[in-house]
Design a binder for this molecule. Structure first.
Ligand SMILES: C[S@@+](CC[C@H](N)C(=O)[O-])C[C@H]1O[C@@H](n2cnc3c(N)ncnc32)[C@H](O)[C@@H]1O
Length: 458
């Protein structure tokens, strides 16, 4: 008998789903239980049933898994952040490795490649170089923290997030204290009223830069006073205000309007000094990004007399690293400010054998740059194309056009093994065989997985 909503069941968790929930079986029916880890025996209430599976809410851990560990974070019960911190780190790595393999096999039908052991982080904490906090209200007082696990509208004050560096937590505290001292009003999500919406704090590990970006519903009179009060509590390199008048509850908007400092911070990666604009993408874990880029460059094996492509290049970090070993590198990215920063980064590092262009990769590849174009060094096809798309993966046309560049190798850097698998299956049909895969743990304590995959032609 399939379970019904409201049923209370005792379940043993067998494994983890991609997405982080524990998976159990009840008379051959699959149940997903958030917050449960493999090896746990739990009591759970069925909340939703579909034809082939159901979801259940964890009520009680009857017998804990041997892989269960005490959480470090004191906000873990209320905060929706790092859902895997109750799972021993070695077990987290083992599950991620397995999930990469399973996604590639089940979604992409991909096998027969060399799977490297996942690279873990030591210690696996305090790695996020960018944190996005939300403003809210509790009993009429301003709070600044993260969304509550059980209610997206509620915000929990987070005094010490273990995924954030200490300085980022201090910056959150300084902004919260200064906003309270000036009696600034938090935004009310239901009523679309109030001023303060989000706080984004970015930290440059090598430079020590700290960029504070406050997202509000409008410009306000006390901006400068607020910036000064925050500086007295926690010095920073930049303080900005970004205006989001829309109903969309996200850290987006017009700006940044700089109250102090420049609209960027600096970081160092793969031997290059990088300028990172306030809103540009940067890999969130700077420590593990070194491993990620080393793996990417090792798989890419750029060749001195041949060109290379870096698609979805962001601020150009991989392209600049490739340029040290390649003839010429072409970087493509959709965000204009990121491309402007990539060009600036090439200048800052005196790297001349690289060209960057802004626009959708899918459209840019209709007429790709190449032999005969300015900067081209040979008439041959590129030695390698590196692609690093967002979580949704590459559009089918983009995959097709990437393959038609005719490179010997395609190195796919992926933050989502399910879209890597789907794109990988398409590459298989276009003459590229998956030969090597290396998972890198960029997101300890969470279910997110980063993978570098090497596809070779022929
Ligand atoms: C995962 S990030 C990778 C950035 C860079 N490789 C790095 O390591 O910092 C993906 C990038 O793809 C860009 N992007 C998203 N969709 C795109 C598209 N259709 N065409 C070109 N770039 C795109 C995003 O703006 C983002 O900078």
């Amino acid at each position: 008998m399939p379970p019904h909503p409201g049923d209370i069941l005792e379940l043993t968790i067998d494994t983890l789903a991609y997405g982080g929930q524990g998976i159990a079986r009840h008379e051959d029916f699959v149940l997903f239980v958030r917050g449960a880890v493999p090896g746990d025996t739990v009591r759970a209430e069925v909340t939703r049933r579909k034809r082939s599976y159901a979801e259940a809410r964890l009520l009680e851990i009857v017998a804990p898994s041997p892989a269960r560990v005490a959480p470090l974070c004191r906000h873990t019960e209320s905060c929706g952040g790092c859902e895997w911190q109750t799972l021993d780190y070695a077990a987290q790595l083992e599950f991620k490795q397995r999930q990469v393999e399973e996604s590639l096999a089940h979604i992409g039908g991909l096998a027969g490649y060399e799977l490297e052991t996942i690279r873990g982080m030591d210690p696996p904490w305090r790695y996020r170089n960018k944190m996005e906090f939300s403003f809210g209200e509790s009993d009429g007082a301003l709070v600044l923290g993260l969304h509550r696990r059980t209610s997206w509208r509620d915000v929990v004050e987070i005094e010490d997030c273990w995924l954030a560096p200490v300085i980022v937590n201090r910056a959150r505290q300084a902004v919260a204290d200064a906003c309270r001292a000036l009696a600034l009003a938090p935004y009310r999500r239901g009523e679309h009223e109030g001023l303060l919406r989000h706080l984004v704090v970015r930290h440059g590990r090598a430079s020590g830069d700290l960029l504070i970006n406050l997202f509000t519903t409008g410009r306000f009179a006390q901006e400068r006073e607020l910036a000064e009060r925050v500086a007295a509590l926690q010095p920073y390199s930049s303080f900005a205000v970004t205006v989001n008048e829309s109903q969309a509850d996200a850290a987006i908007g017009e700006g940044p309007f700089m109250i102090a400092g420049p609209p960027y911070l600096h970081e160092e990666l793969a031997g290059a000094r990088l300028r990172v604009p306030a809103t540009a993408f940067l890999q969130t874990n700077t420590v593990m990004c070194v491993t990620l880029y080393e793996t990417t460059l090792r798989f890419a094996a750029a060749e001195r007399r041949r060109s290379a492509f870096d698609l979805y290049c962001g601020i150009g970090s991989i392209a600049l690293a490739l340029a040290r070993a390649a003839g010429h590198v072409y970087g493509m990215e959709i965000e204009e400010p990121a491309i402007a920063a990539a060009r600036e980064n090439a200048r800052l590092n005196a790297i001349a054998n690289v060209d960057f262009s802004a626009g959708d990769v899918r459209k840019q590849l209709i007429e790709p740059p190449g032999p005969g174009m300015p900067g081209a060094t040979s008439t041959e096809s590129p030695a390698v194309v590196v692609v690093d798309p967002p979580r949704a993966g590459m559009a089918r046309k983009a995959v097709e056009r990437t393959a038609s560049l005719g490179a010997d190798r395609i190195v796919y850097v992926s933050c989502n093994p399910t879209t890597l698998a789907a794109n990988g299956a398409q590459l298989g049909g276009l003459g590229y065989r998956l030969t090597r895969v290396a998972p890198v743990d960029m997101f300890p304590q969470t279910h997110h997985i980063e993978t570098v995959a090497l596809f070779e032609r022929g």
